[in-house]
Design a protein around this ligand. Structure first.
Ligand code: HEM
Ligand code: NAG
Ligand code: NAG
Length: 502
């Protein structure tokens, strides 16, 4: 009986939806709505966003509107049109969208709600502390922290844990887990600082464990699924947030300028509870490791898989550092300076190439008014207030016209004649944007310089200290699409690798 009632209800709702849904107006892009109320085409999009978008592009052309989870999203599929989209700073806003999604995901009150005058601007200004002179300090600190964690945990250095300490022979490990344990802790120490009396936080493994639990649910939270539907996620998030309560953070020393400044900004608002402040800091933890760890994995994975690439990048490193052939961890620890890091062109290209292959972030803007969006010289499209304009750079990253054999990893793809290659073409026209793992325009990731630096530093130390190989009989790592649209994709499962001290 109740079953029939439910069916009737669904029928009525769907009918209401079919009658009430949007009609395409003259001149607007083709409209794809699907027949499911609210969700629209959300399920097709989730299943395989790349294929879904490419199919629609074949059917409807470079610009079309799709109804997804309550939103009308106009996708701009032609990268030659990207520059003109970037020009709409005022009419196409990024922060409105971010301020809807991030607070619900991380558990703090919306920044733009009027309760926190000027907080948004102050936070934006604090992002400068991830660049320029401060980047040099961050790089120095990161280098020291990477050496510390790597040597103590994996290279038999002095330290109380010594888990996975290697002797003279080969050891095996899980590659993702390895990258995660080193990068998570070194990044944490660099940004948030160390517990005053000790060099390392004693509960880092637990924090990381909780973080992973939260991160697994991240796509659902961003998809606006209420947290109380997600089992223990709420409790896990509360544990993570408590880690950053002001009374705890006060005891840490050598905190980065960036985090110290954020704490200062948050202190100005007595409308924020201590838990709210802590939730803001937790959000930055996610921003700083959520993408960096998988990006580090892919950067290292592709090199280990292609020993010629690994050897070429290692040779460049030896040249820049003017080192003899091998440099073991028994010798004094290696410090690669920021200038030396910047000279590693092949490594830069290799990192960029792995980002090209693994990134799937969607760039989103919300139309602030009805207006006509100019797409290129000839074309424009009317846009309605509240509509979302979306770029999906993964289709560009995987376009065979722009990148020959786009599925293949070519570590030197971005080098030509000993310098960076910057000319890539579509329909015979040179592209202004051809690599966008960090978003675009006004919402570009403010941590991108630090991120690339730390990935390169990690690679430097590994290539100098260790021989690295895939374990026998490993299948190729596959991309897990469940966070398509949200950044760097994770591998579907971990892979085994072997390492020994050089
Ligand atoms: C490989 C690593 C990283 C990738 C691929 C990445 C990517 C991104 C992307 C795609 C965005 C959104 C931009 C947009 O929607 O247009 C973003 C925002 C952001 N990222 Fe990163 N990121 C990385 C590492 C980092 C690091 C290490 C930090 C901090 C130290 C960081 C801090 C941030 C912050 C604070 C925002 C929000 C900016 C805002 O609200 O305006 N990211 N990142
Ligand atoms: C902490 O920071 C100070 C100066 O900011 C620096 O001299 C010191 O080496 C740092 N300590 C560690 C262990 O990183
Ligand atoms: C790699 O990408 C960064 C920006 O993401 C850029 O600054 C750098 O020049 C690129 N290097 C190469 C060799 O492609």
């Amino acid at each position: 009986m109740s079953c029939i009632l439910l069916l009737v209800l669904v029928g009525v709702l769907s009918l209401a939806w079919l009658l009430g849904r949007r009609r395409r107006r003259e001149g607007e892009p083709p409209l794809i709505q699907g027949w499911i109320p609210y969700l629209g085409k959300a399920l097709d999009f989730r299943l395989d966003s790349q294929a879904f978008l490419k199919n629609n592009q074949e059917k409807y052309g470079d610009v079309f509107t799709v109804y997804i989870a309550g939103k009308y999203m106009t996708f701009i599929m032609n990268p030659l049109m990207y520059p003109s989209i970037m020009k709409y700073g005022r009419q196409l806003d990024f922060h409105e969208f971010a301020d809807q999604v991030a607070p619900a995901t991380f558990g703090y009150p919306a920044v733009g709600s009027g309760r926190f005058p000027e907080m948004g601007d102050q936070i934006q200004r604090s992002f400068r502390l991830l660049q320029g002179e401060n980047l040099v300090l961050l790089a120095e600190c990161m280098m020291a922290n990477l050496n510390l964690v790597l040597r103590q945990d994996f290279l038999g250095g002095e330290g109380e844990r010594g888990a996975g300490v290697v002797g003279m022979g080969w050891s095996t490990g899980d590659l993702y887990d390895f990258c995660n344990s080193v990068m998570f802790e070194a990044t944490f120490l660099t940004l948030y600082g160390m517990p005053a009396p000790a060099r390392r936080h004693s509960d880092m493994a637990t924090l990381r464990h909780h973080f992973t639990k939260f991160d697994d649910m991240f796509p659902l939270l961003v998809g606006r699924i209420p947290i109380w539907l997600l089992g223990r996620t709420k409790a896990v998030r509360e544990t993570l947030i408590r880690y950053f309560l002001p009374q705890r953070m006060m005891c840490w020393s050598n905190t980065s300028q960036f985090i110290a400044r954020r704490a200062e900004v948050l202190e100005q608002y007595d409308t924020l509870s201590d838990t709210d402040k802590a939730a803001h800091h937790f959000a930055i933890l996610w921003a700083s490791v959520g993408n960096t760890v998988p990006a580090t994995f892919w950067a290292l994975y592709y090199l280990i898989n292609q020993q010629e690439a690994l050897q070429a990048v290692r040779n460049e490193l030896h040249q820049v550092l003017k080192l003899p052939e091998a440099q073991g961890p028994q010798q004094p620890e290696v410090i690669v300076s920021k200038e030396q890091l910047d000279q590693l062109l092949l490594m830069d290209s290799a990192v960029n190439e792995s980002l090209r292959l693994s990134s799937a972030s969607m760039n989103i803007r919300v139309a602030q008014e009805d207006f006509s969006l100019r797409l290129d010289e000839e074309r424009s499209a009317p846009v309605r207030k509240g509509d979302v304009i979306a770029l999906y750079p993964q289709t560009m990253h995987m376009d065979p016209e722009i990148f020959t054999d786009p599925e293949t990893y070519k570590y030197d793809r971005f080098i030509e004649g000993g310098r960076e290659k910057t000319d890539f073409f579509k329909h015979g026209q040179r592209l202004k944007y051809y690599r966008m793992p960090f978003g675009s325009g006004s919402s570009m990731c403010p941590g991108r310089f630090f991120a690339i630096n730390e990935i390169k530093q990690f690679l430097c130390l590994l290539l100098l200290y260790l021989d690295l190989e895939m374990a026998q009989g490993q299948e190729k790592a596959q991309l897990d699409n469940s966070r398509a649209g949200l950044g760097i994709l994770l591998p579907t499962k971990d892979v085994r690798f072997c390492y020994r001290i050089r």
